[in-house]
Design a binder for this molecule. Structure first.
Ligand code: EPU
Length: 415
């Protein structure tokens, strides 16, 4: 049986009020769990979000007790499963995995991982839809790896692979996402030697097989910057006054700069952002063009929620996707709701605003677009149904309960 969300839109009124706490970051937890493979005594974690993707990663980890092969059906549904391959190969000298799945965002190849493992001295064999990697002599050997383009999970996977290797690994053109230095600092406290995480060049001195030890140190999953950013947009469009707590505003600079240029009223606290949406109608916001970019640029994971924001602002402008080749599948549904959006090419849309939205029956193509639909539905006239609640549950913990507390009329229904 599947579930859907039913949302009664507020139309032009901006009534949401109260406090909304941000959960731990999905994309940090999904890397911290694999990192636990590097430990002799386990890796205690806190602030782990209770979401579908985390449950799947835990299943994959549990399955490893039967040998260094990832469970096929689970890995095929979770792109982040590939992150496990790094620590497993590093610790046990071999790993088998199927081509990883994940949200449909266009082609998502794994060439950087394959090249990286080969550079670290692993031999690869592809058979029966599994890749089998084996480190010569049972141990990975440090190497210089230059990424031809920036990849978040390739950076994380190869950083984790290098931790237990023999000798020095240098990763160049590495991703800068804040989850990377946060994880590296914890690993270093437990015996790893990683320098430069958070910069384009990361240098890892391998421990030559010596496992890390937590000695009771707990890894705290940092707050989810994508969830926080989506809440800022929701609060600007549907909120009277909403305080988003337990977040790290410094990780949201790109979005907050856009919000400021668009004339959204908000106040930044130490670990909170208060949005005063009720100060003005949405048509008083300016429509500002944006393009996605690797961190610290504007995140592709906020692209769909920001598109909804653009449909309500005054003016016209473009939104350019530069990370994925197909991430505008949600646009048709927004147009059905009344948005004025033209797809210029697979990576660029033109938005004219403001346009009133009407509630519709929707089906999110990926979890970020799913949240964008919740935002669109909450400001629409009338009721909307988002049929695949599951895709939103992959990344957002019990979203309906949290939004109900702000006064949003949203409920979960079995279908
Ligand atoms: N790419 C390749 N070959 C590779 C690896 C990546 O061509 O071997 C391409 C990708 O297809 C993409 C680009 O490189 O076009 C950059 O993708 P990246 O590898 O950085 O993305 P990712 O690591 O697979 C993570 C997040 C995504 C987020 C992107 C970009 C996780 C588990 N996923 O994906 O999050 O959109 O970085 O910031 O960390 C989400 O949470 O909804 C989500 C999709």
């Amino acid at each position: 049986m599947s579930e859907r969300f039913v949302i009664e839109g507020q139309g032009g009124t901006k009534k949401l009020r109260g406090t909304l706490a941000v959960k731990g970051a999905k994309n940090a937890a999904l890397k911290a769990l694999p990192a636990s493979v590097l430990f002799a005594d386990g890796m205690p974690l806190e602030n782990v979000p209770d979401i579908e993707d985390v449950r799947r990663m835990r299943e994959l980890l549990a399955g490893l007790s039967a040998g260094p092969a990832l469970h096929k059906e689970v890995a095929e549904r979770l792109r982040a499963s590939i992150v496990l391959t790094g620590p497993v190969l590093s610790r046990w000298g071999q790993v088998s995995f199927p081509f990883p799945g994940g949200c449909v965002l266009g082609e998502r190849p794994i060439d950087l991982f394959l090249q990286g493992f080969k550079a670290l001295g692993a031999e690869v064999e592809e058979k029966e839809s599994f890749f089998h990697f084996r480190a010569a002599g049972g141990k990975l050997k440090g190497a210089r790896i230059f990424f031809p383009f920036v990849s978040v999970t390739a950076t994380e996977t190869l950083m984790l692979a290098a931790v237990l290797a023999q000798g020095e690994t240098v990763l160049q053109n590495a991703a800068l996402e804040p989850e990377i230095p946060i994880l590296a600092a914890y690993l270093n406290a437990c015996g790893a030697h990683i320098e430069g995480a958070g910069t384009p060049t990361i240098t890892i001195q391998g421990t030559n097989g010596a496992l890390l030890r937590a000695n009771g140190r707990v890894f705290t999953v940092p707050p989810d910057r994508i969830e926080a950013g989506s809440f800022v947009i929701l609060a600007a469009l549907a909120g009277e006054e909403v305080e988003i707590t337990g977040c790290e505003p410094a990780h949201l600079s790109a979005l907050l700069a856009l919000m400021r240029r668009a004339d959204v009223d908000f106040k930044i606290g130490k670990d909170s952002i208060t949005v005063f949406g009720g100060h003005k109608p949405n048509s008083a916001h300016k429509l500002i063009s944006a393009r996605t970019h690797e961190y610290p640029g504007f995140p592709t994971d906020l692209q769909a929620p920001y598109a909804v924001f653009m449909t309500q602002a005054s003016g016209e402008g473009t939104l350019l996707e530069t990370i994925f080749d197909s991430r505008f599948q949600y646009v048709d549904a927004l147009v059905r709701m009344g948005a004025d959006i033209t797809v210029m090419n697979p990576q660029k849309i033109l938005v004219r605003g403001p346009r009133g939205l009407t509630g519709k029956e929707l089906e999110g193509p990926d979890l970020r677009a799913g949240l964008a639909y919740i935002i669109a539905a909450s400001i629409a006239e009338g009721s909307s149904k988002i049929n695949n609640a599951y895709i939103i549950d992959r990344g957002y913990e019990r979203i309906e309960e949290r939004l109900q507390k702000l006064g949003l009329n949203i409920k979960r229904e079995k279908i």
